[in-house]
Design a protein around this ligand. Structure first.
Ligand code: NAP
Length: 585
């Protein structure tokens, strides 16, 4: 029994059975109206979501809304309590809910309500899909290329809140320990923060991100980290992320290394590519090549910056949706604040809450209703019917209020949309773009690597794949012509009877033919070639390969796959890579 929350008896509760969500046709879904502009946008969105569900399922399905209270409305009802226990209980019990923005009371020892919710309900994944809708103003030349879903860790990293103020007794204690026992060096009077990142926290987040990619037919999952500097936190996030992919999703994922080395850039059907990027490169990439990224999994602070920056590329916070998700509970939410100056003016854009509801419908498996909204939305915006925030960016737009925008959208939804045709067109476009990326990877692997922010890491990334081979019985002269015609300094010699590969270099010819005063026209390749050919696997790191080159005084290495030679990497390749991409110690 709740004090103020009235759970509608007309609907059934959403349940989780064996980790799977069961959504009845008449579910009870929780909502929090929110503060400031919350009531305006919530009222408008409830009407739109209901209209989309009614249109999609002709009355067979219907949401039974259950109002729960947080923020100022809660404080009014629960004797000044902004975050009543019964609301937390109801949000857990209802499993799926959606909330408007909440005021964070300043001072007085209040915890941010949003942080409190995340911590109390252990909502460990903050999920932010960011995509462009036609007609929405954007600073990018081709905003349509942005379509990513960010999974940001919600409980660790800077959100753990472990900090010690400069000059405090706690800080003195930590400082003493770090300096005396850990031999750490830093300036006097430093504030100190601790950044914990665990295998547990990382893996449950990355697991969710990969599962999302699997469920939604996505192309890749990118782990975004700053592991080049913070090896044991951000770097560990990367390593644990790859571990989850390998150990739990091994049959549906490949790494980007494998994509280039084993599949030569051609993504196998049904496999998701797991890759990683350093956080700062990722900011560049999301401006220059946003279509290279799909699902992103990242620790808390990177995710904080990245989600707002990417949202700004496609229309800003006014329409960026979000959700905070745990294993058995999800709270969808507008990502902007309460914009108090616009409260009760029927003015602001309902887009952020609206699309959070679209995410929620997708999460519930009600894709038809979700698609009706996201496919009708660009039509209304392209007609120039927009709220003030877009109106000031679009010439000739007709500015309308929040509820009038909802009316226009509902009219469009009810007017009927050819869902199948629009979905087909979207799918065709997606397939076309994937193909284009694949062709670029196949034709110019190095260039693609560079322009998509990937640093070569193994000899497989650098090797020349188009091997020029000769046979033992050819004359040295003919092999020299082959080398000259192809502009190469060595040729691989095909296996002899013992199955051993060989190599013949320019140097071999200078030392074993010219210096020895022999005639290349009469000498055979087998007399000059070096055997057996020393080879390493494609996964050998560039550093390890450099060690071998140095130790053995080689200038090139053959790359083998099993007993086949598949490429050659030379010191010139390594030099060229370091010159282009730099070298991280
Ligand atoms: P804000 O409420 O997000 O507002 C900042 C500006 O963003 C607004 O002045 C407006 O820009 C624009 N904006 C926000 N929502 C919009 C919408 N729906 N449509 C169009 N434009 C929109 O940020 P704030 O002023 O920093 O924070 C106000 C309160 O909200 C604070 O108490 C803060 O703690 C809280 N907050 C809550 C949440 C949450 O509950 N998730 C998140 C962030 C902040 P223009 O002035 O340019 O028109």
């Amino acid at each position: 029994m709740y004090r103020h929350i009235k759970v509608p008896t007309t609907g059934e509760k959403v349940r989780v059975v064996n980790g799977k969500l069961h959504v009845p046709d008449q579910p009870v879904i929780g909502y929090v109206e929110g503060d400031g502009i919350g009531p305006d946008i919530t009222k408008a969105c409830l009407r739109i979501w209901d209209a989309a569900v009614a249109k999609a399922y002709g009355g067979k399905r219907k949401i039974h809304w259950c109002e729960t209270f947080l923020g100022e409305k809660a404080a009014g009802l629960y004797d000044g309590n902004y975050c009543p226990d019964e609301t937390l209980h109801a949000l857990k019990d209802l499993v799926v809910s959606i909330k408007g923005p909440l005021t964070t009371p300043v001072g007085g020892g209040f915890r941010s309500l949003n942080v409190a919710l995340r911590q109390d309900l252990d909502l460990y994944a903050c999920v932010r899909p960011v995509k462009h809708y036609a007609g929405v103003p954007s600073p990018l030349k081709q905003p349509g290329k942005v379509d990513v879903v960010i999974f940001r860790e919600n409980t660790e990293d800077v959100y753990a809140g472990i900090e010690y103020k400069a000059g405090s007794p706690e800080n003195d204690k930590v400082t003493k320990f770090l300096r005396e026992e850990m031999k750490a060096r830093f300036f006097d009077g430093s504030g100190i923060g601790i950044k914990p990142i665990s295998a547990f926290g990382t893996k449950r987040l990355v697991r969710k991100a990969i599962q999302y990619a699997v469920d939604n037919g996505r192309e890749s999952v990118t782990l975004v980290h700053k592991g080049n500097i913070m090896k044991f936190t951000e770097g560990a996030f990367r390593n644990w992320g790859y571990e989850v992919a390998r150990e739990e999703f091994g049959n549906v994922t490949i790494t980007e290394e494998q994509l280039y080395a084993e599949y030569k850039g051609k993504q196998p059907e049904g496999k998701i590519v797991i890759k990683d990027r350093i956080a700062d490169i990722m900011f560049q990439m999301m401006l220059l090549r946003p279509d290279e990224f799909d699902v992103i999994a990242t620790p808390n602070l990177n995710g904080d910056y990245l989600s707002d920056a990417i949202a700004a590329e496609v229309g800003g916070m006014g329409i960026a949706p979000g959700a905070n998700i745990a294993d058995n509970i999800a709270v969808f939410e507008a990502t902007h604040g309460t914009a108090p100056k616009y409260a009760n003016l029927n003015k602001v854009n309902p887009g952020s809450l609206l699309f959070s509801g679209v995410m929620m419908l997708e999460y519930m498996g009600w894709k038809e209703a979700a698609d009706l909204i996201s496919l009708a939305y660009p039509d209304v915006v392209s007609d120039g019917i927009v709220t003030y925030d877009f109106a000031r960016q679009i010439d000739g737009a007709r500015e309308v209020g929040t509820s009038q925008f909802a009316d226009a959208l509902i009219e469009r939804i009810q007017g009927g949309i050819d869902l199948e045709a629009k979905r087909r067109a979207q799918q065709e476009q997606l397939v076309k773009e994937r193909k284009q990326r694949e062709i670029r990877r196949l034709l110019q692997p190095m260039e693609e690597m560079m322009s998509t922010g990937r640093r070569p890491q193994t000899v497989g990334d650098l090797m020349t794949r188009s091997l020029i081979t000769v046979t033992d019985e050819e004359t040295v002269e003919s092999a020299m012509h082959v080398m000259q015609d192809n502009g190469v300094s060595c040729v691989v010699v095909e296996p002899n009877k013992k199955g051993e590969w060989g190599i013949m270099t320019r140097r071999d010819i200078v030392t074993k033919i010219v210096h020895a005063n022999k005639n290349p026209a009469t000498q055979k390749v087998k007399d000059v070639a070096s055997r057996p050919l020393f080879s390493v696997p494609a996964e050998t790191t560039i550093r390890e390969a450099s060690r071998i080159l140095a130790d053995r005084n080689f200038s090139r290495l053959a790359i083998a796959q099993g007993d086949r030679i598949i490429g050659i990497v030379t010191e010139t390749d390594i030099f060229g890579s370091v010159e282009r991409f730099g070298w991280l110690e």
